[in-house]
Design a protein around this ligand. Sequence first.
Ligand code: NDP
Length: 254
Amino acid sequence: MTDDTLFNGVLLAVFASALATVLLLSWVNAPYGRHQSSGWGPTIPVRLGWVLMESPASLVFFYFYFTGQQAFQLVPLLLMVVWQLHYMHRSFIYPFQIRVKPGARTTMLVIALGSFYCGINGYLNGTYLSHYANHLTVDWLTDPRFILGVMLFGFGYYLNKRSDRMLRELREQNPGAYQIPRGFGFNWVSMPNYLGEIITWSGFALASWSLAGLSFVLFTMANLVPRALANHRWYRETFSDYPRDRKAIIPYIL
Ligand code: NDP
C-alpha cells in the first residue's frame, strides 16, 4: 500500500465514522462527566484520562508533520503552531486546571476510543500540512480563506477557553456540584465551550482548506452536538429555574 492510498483510506474511514458516531451518540451518552455510569468496564482517574486521550493529537501530529518536505515553510508552520497551541494546552494543561469531583473517575473505553481518534486526527492533519498541501505558499497568507479561517479559529478558541474557565470557577465556588452557569456565551446556549470548539476547527479547516481539516470539524460536530443536546436536557431536568430561552449549542436555533 502506498502512503497516498493509506492517507486517503484513513480519511475516508474518518468521514464514515463521523456518521456512525453521530448515530451512536444520539442514542447513548458517552459515559464521562455528568453522564458517567457504571457498567462500562474499568475506569481511571479523570486527569490521567484527559492526558492519555488528547496527547496523541499533539504528539502524532508532530511526528508526521516533521517527516514532510514542507515542514519548514511559513504557512504550514503557522498552522502547525495554532494546532499545537490548542492541543498542548488541552493535553498537558487543561487536565490539571479542571476541578475534579472528589474520587471522580472516567471510563477507559471512552479514553481508548478518544485516544485512537486523536492519533488518527494527528496523523491526517500533520501529514496533510507538510506532505500534500501544495497550495499553502506565502501567497496563501492574503487569501480570504486563510484570513477568515484564522479569525474564526481565534474567536472559537477564546469562546471555548473562556467558557471552560467559567465552569471551573463555578466548581470552585461549590466543589463537587453542578450549578447553572450564567453570563457570556451561557446567556445564549448551554454549551458555549462546545460551540467554541466547533468554530475553532471550522476556522482551521478553512485556513488549511483541506479535507483532513473538514473531517475533524465533522467528527467534532458528531461528538459534541448530540452531547450538547443531552446536557441541555439534563440541565432542564435538573434545575427547575433553568433559563427557558437558552438553546443547547446554536443561539436561537438548536
Ligand atoms: P463539560 O462542559 O461537560 O465539562 C467541563 C468541566 O466543567 C468539567 O470539569 C465538568 O465537571 C465541569 N462542569 C460542567 N458543567 C458544570 C456546571 N454546570 N457546574 C459546575 N461544573 C461544571 O465539557 P467536557 O468535559 O465534555 O469537555 C471539556 C472540553 O473538551 C471542552 O472544551 C470541549 O469542547 C472539549 N471536547 C472536545 C471534543 C472534540 O471532539 N473535539 C470532545 C469532547 C470534549 P464534570 O467532569 O464533573 O462534569
